[in-house]
Design a binder for this molecule. Structure first.
Ligand code: HEM
Length: 177
């Protein structure tokens, strides 16, 4: 897992609870924690940090990852190269994660292994099939929920029953009510 993701988790934790708490989490998780953006680290380190945060907050690990995703998106967007076009509509933005954003990420971080989001337009909204060897559907859930904060239209994300090929399936729709 790319160090940039750990840098963002650190920023989120420090903004919410301060830098001492980040150090405490690293101690609890028994990880070194000197993450550089381009470095590669075991996903198990993220799982250990999330488990430590879960113990301290009383939130379950799934909720911790979802909250991190929710707060991570603006920080990730700031790390995209300035020339990358932002979609002007929420569902187009979600499609762009697979078609534009993560391919751009691969130019910045050639060894990255971003997940796949297969998107399918349906009358109910955009059905998004998330596939990843890292299996972080709760992180994906929170990131998708954070799309709401990027646009004036309100975005609703629902987790659908998982299909056998995907790690998770989401329905993302714009709430017109
Ligand atoms: C709604 C928008 C986005 C979603 C839903 C999303 C989803 C995810 C998820 C779930 C992962 C974890 C790895 C996995 O599941 O296999 C990931 C990895 C990553 N994403 Fe995104 N992402 C989004 C936007 C962005 C943006 C704007 C950036 C810009 C820098 C970015 C950069 C990365 C990087 C660097 C990784 C690490 C890949 C690796 O460690 O190999 N993502 N993304």
């Amino acid at each position: 897992m790319k160090g940039v993701l750990f840098n963002i988790v650190q920023e989120v934790v420090e903004d919410l609870y301060g830098s001492d708490t980040w150090d405490d989490l690293l101690d609890d998780a028994d990880v070194e924690g000197a993450y550089t953006a381009l470095g590669d680290y075991a996903s198990s380190e993220l799982a250990a940090i999330v488990a430590a945060a879960s113990v301290r907050t009383g939130l379950d690990p799934e909720a911790v990852l979802r909250l991190i995703g929710r707060l991570a998106l603006p920080r990730l967007l700031r790390r995209l190269p300035s020339g990358v076009e932002h979609a002007d509509e929420p569902l187009a933005f979600v499609r762009s994660v697979n078609d534009i954003i993560h391919p751009e990420v691969l130019k910045l971080y050639p060894a990255a292994r971003p997940p796949v989001f297969d998107c399918e337009s349906t009358p109910d909204g955009l059905v998004v099939h998330y596939r990843s060897s890292r299996n972080l559907p709760d992180l994906a859930h929170g990131l998708l929920e954070a799309v709401d904060d990027q646009f004036e239209q309100s975005v609703v994300v629902q987790r659908l029953a998982d299909d056998c090929d995907a790690n998770a399936v989401f329905l993302v729709r714009v709430d017109v009510s």
